[in-house]
Ligand binder design. Structure first.
Ligand code: SF4
Ligand code: SF4
Length: 149
């Protein structure tokens, strides 16, 4: 390998340059972007709840119908470089946000550590505190706010 080839794609490429497989591999599976968000219409502030999207399998933090997520969940973020406003809704540890903000991805990230469970073992996954949207009435969502984004 020459010096240029030795750089991993998340260092050598911008988000715009990633192929599909590279793009998908950036997700560490924390599930944080799948928590239901609430927006205060007066202040436009956005809040995260501990309520997970109905399609999220909370134990694995994986979408149960990723291929059809756009049709099934209108609020799904559907990250894309064409929608820069979405990156600020992601946690600061999310590799998409890191690269968007020209920061390094975390050293524990599965791409570096080779540990697919790294988000769980580093305490970043929602697995231990999320409840499924299936069991929460929409009027109860405000009671589940956990942070301002
Ligand atoms: S916040 Fe980022 S790393 Fe976590 S599940 Fe969403 S896209 Fe993946
Ligand atoms: S549809 Fe899937 S990817 Fe989108 S928010 Fe729900 S669980 Fe997450």
């Amino acid at each position: 390998m020459n010096g240029e080839d030795s750089e991993p794609f998340w260092v050598s490429k911008s988000l715009e340059q990633l192929n599909h497989q590279e793009w998908e591999s950036l997700c560490d599976g924390c599930g944080q972007c799948c928590l239901v968000k609430l927006t205060d219409d007066d202040t436009e502030k956005v809040y995260s709840t501990n309520v997970a999207c109905k399609l999220l399998d909370i134990e694995s933090c994986r979408c149960q119908d990723y291929e059809h997520r756009a049709e099934k969940v209108s609020a799904c973020l559907l990250l894309s470089v064409d929608k820069p406003e979405l990156f600020k809704l992601l946690p600061e540890t999310c590799a998409y946000r890191c690269l968007y903000e020209h920061r390094s991805i975390p050293v524990w990230h599965p791409l570096i550590s080779k540990d697919r469970r790294a988000a769980h073992t580093n305490g970043l996954s929602i697995r231990d505190y999320a409840v499924s949207e299936e069991f929460i009435h929409p009027e109860q969502l405000e009671d589940h706010v956990i942070s301002e984004i």
